[in-house]
Design a protein around this ligand. Sequence first.
Ligand code: GLA
Length: 363
Amino acid sequence: MEKKPVAAEAFAHGRVNLIGEHTDYNGGWVLPTAIPQKTTVHVTPREDGQVTIDAGADPKSGEHRHTAYRLGEEKATGQWWDYVQGVTSVLAKSGFSLKGFDLSIRSNVPEGSGLSSSAALEVSVLKAIRGSQNLDIPDMQIAQFGQRVENEFVGARVGIMDQMACSFAKSGEALFLDTRDLVYRNVRIPRESVELVIVNSGVTHALSSANGYNQRRAECEKACEALGVESLRELSLKDLPRVATLAEPMNRRAKHVITENERVKNAVTALESNDFSELGRLFFESHASMRDDYEVSVPEIDALVEAARFDSNVFGARLTGGGFGGSIVALVKAGTGASVGKKILEIYHRDPKRHGVLLVPEV
Ligand code: GLA
């Protein structure tokens, strides 16, 4: 007998990617971890086919955010509730017959900061609906549905890193994920030795808007075609001379992906052997590759990374997430995070037009 929907709550943490950027949609490797900030959602069943959403106060305008729609009438609007509409649309397309519900969302994952606020929303909403309506959906499929929300409903051709991280990553452990086979293992972050600092540049990005994200993905596909491979994952450092003969900018895009995949694997070895100088060096190298070869950084992010470089407590720093704004992540000596973050911001704010925020550690 079909069970009656019940009230349910679920949460998902945002994520920060330590290294392995723009590798996921190329079948490569990534190394994200959970951040303390999270999204919590609550679902209350309704008798009709309506979905109402209450998302609390807008962090910028303070305005109360709420909206409603009817199941089966989901339509992309370019607004925050598309992620919820996308969830019910993808579930319906996958054969689940949903009932209406009231959804309340509370989140302190900053939006547009490269910390996966949208994936945290998708994953928490999927888990709450699963709990409420007793749906048989394993966590891996939750992540895959979340990615489909982005790809099929929102129109962002993202990979699966963020949804996997929001479903599976734990704080204090990095999720070493092979995005082709969806095989992962946790790598401990020795918090007695190191901690993470995350600083938001104040420059927001939007993956769904006409930014370079989808364009980068298309450039990688072009590179694959020219090189006769299914995905750039199949290539390694020995293929770089061949990659260099590709037309601009495909040569540099492919070079970033190949070298970044190598860096992820080296980063895991460094983390597991407590070689933080090497790990930090890989962070800086990754940043340079994203800035020069993949061209997804912006001057504000570069300024934050340079500010971090001068601090002797910093092992390394880099742009994290999709880019075109967002945040940097720095690996620093344990116990110095708050002061390092403060110093980075002091330097950054020498330009009064900049509005950076220290997100981790939370002070
Ligand atoms: C965004 C996407 C991810 C990944 C990163 C870049 O966060 O959602 O799939 O591609 O950008 O590494």
